[in-house]
Design a protein around this ligand. Structure first.
Ligand code: GLC
Length: 446
């Protein structure tokens, strides 16, 4: 798909065409001077002419627009290498290339769950000297923590994610509901009432496929029923009555017909396509899907019809949690020109660039000050609507063995969701498997 600016909203991109936006880069020219000396010819790594930045496909076009801007201002040129949209496949590809030693990427736009593993293997650079503690203070604490491994920092938070409950504000109101559901039972009731009244095809869509997003969704059901995966750093506690309740609720969405059977194959995009075509009352998704609602090519409904709330809980009184997601800027430990690579990281995570990308791509900034910025408040609606979700994010286990833990979880969660095995069996199996992954990982590293 070509560059598609999100239409129908105010904000920077409405007022400035891309060309104009690139020109407004006057302030960034100081950065060009710095790069001119360190990036091209004089850098530690021998002065690469080109650095490669990897990231997953971005339909908003805002990532490429920022790269174009950087390239106009600097001698060193950044080239975007597109990676898989699925976080797990993306990870595998990077991991394979790192292991083979044949990796042509300098800066990685990477998932918040990767730093521990990549750092433990020496694949990504320790940025502690460049990204000072003072500077870190300007960012949201949760992603800073997620990028920290054994006291050192390995990534600069770029944007943050939280699982959110999208709902059809118009349909809920028409059915007489003045607020979105607080519990899963309420969600089912509201979904049924709306479906009956408005004929909406599905009650709820989420991400149930066997991949990282499926793990995230199942964990949210578990957390929002009072369960967890680990206690402390490595004590596995997943085989609990609370976790069982979480998976039972997830399964009941399908067995009671609130969610379609197909949900066990949906990732972010499939669920968004259904919701935006008007086929579902509720959807769990990440903030960037909100941008698509403004694009008539992507959506039959408009942003005014969408409300956003925190995910429901198993029963009143429980705390609602959303999984902490988000994407960060890592540097290959063998980047060809570390100074230039870091200059690009600095550029992408600057307030100005973050603001542009948040407005255009509907992603949540990682810098605290931007949550008080007028432009952001007015134009990144998802930041305001999703406040409750953003404030209660919870990290997935921070572990150098997370990718293996995640694979095991994905295998069990999908079977439980499909009704192939009862939730308690999935959890009992996982208890043993996760203990083994942690134990083996420890032995290998010893
Ligand atoms: C989002 C999150 C990421 C998570 C992924 C799962 O991209 O930002 O952290 O792993 O969803 O699909």
């Amino acid at each position: 798909m070509g560059r598609t600016w999100v239409s129908g909203r105010g904000g920077i991109a409405r007022k400035l065409s891309r060309r104009e936006f690139l020109k407004v880069g006057g302030a960034g020219l100081a950065g060009a001077a710095i790069l001119g000396s360190s990036g091209c010819g004089g850098g530690q790594g021998g002065g690469a002419e080109e650095i490669v930045f990897s990231f997953f496909p971005d339909p908003s076009g805002s990532v490429q627009a920022l790269i174009d801007r950087f390239n106009e201002e600097n001698e060193v040129q950044v080239r975007l290498r597109e990676m898989p949209a699925d976080s797990g496949q993306h990870f595998d590809q990077l991991n394979t290339e790192f292991q083979s030693g044949e990796i042509n990427i300098d800066v990685i736009g990477g998932d918040v769950i990767w730093p521990a593993q990549f750092a433990a293997n020496g694949f990504i650079a320790d940025l502690s000297d460049r990204f000072t503690e003072d500077e870190r203070g300007a960012f949201l604490p949760a992603p800073i923590e997620a990028n920290t491994y054994e006291g050192r920092i390995y990534g600069v938070p770029w944007y943050t994610d939280a699982g959110m409950l999208y709902y059809r504000r118009d349909l809920l109101e028409a059915a007489g509901f003045s607020r979105p559901p607080g519990t899963w039972d309420e969600l089912k009731q509201q979904a049924r009432a709306v479906q009956e009244q408005a004929g909406t095809r599905y009650g709820y869509v989420f991400q149930g496929a066997e991949y990282e997003g499926g793990v995230v969704n199942a964990l949210e059901y578990i957390w929002n029923s009072g369960g967890d995966v680990l206690e402390g750093e490595d004590q596995v506690v997943i085989d609990s009555p609370e976790a069982r309740r979480g998976l039972e609720i997830q399964r009941s969405m399908v067995s009671e017909g609130v969610a379609p059977e197909g949900v066990s194959q949906y990732k972010e995009q499939e669920s968004a396509t259904l919701f935006l075509s008007g086929e579902a009352v509720f959807m769990r998704n990440v903030p960037r899907m909100y941008a698509l609602a403004s694009d008539p090519a992507e959506s039959n409904i408009d942003p005014g019809q969408i409300g956003i709330a925190a995910l429901p809980v198993a029963e009143e009184g429980l705390q609602s949690y959303s999984s902490l997601g988000g994407w960060n800027l890592f540097m290959n430990a063998n980047a060809r020109d570390p100074d230039a690579a870091y200059e690009f990281i600095r550029f992408m995570s600057d307030p100005e660039q973050q603001k542009f990308r948040s407005i255009e791509g509907s992603v949540l900034p990682s810098r605290q000050e931007l949550y008080e910025d007028e432009d952001v408040l007015q134009n990144v609606r998802v930041a305001e609507l999703g406040q409750d979700a953003i404030q209660n994010t919870r990290p997935r286990p921070v572990s150098p063995f997370y990718s293996d833990m995640s694979l095991r979880m994905a295998e069990q969660f999908i079977q439980s969701l499909r009704g192939d095995i009862p939730p308690e069996e999935a959890l009992a199996t996982l208890q043993g498997q996760l203990e083994e992954v942690i134990e083996q990982g420890r032995q290998q590293r010893a």
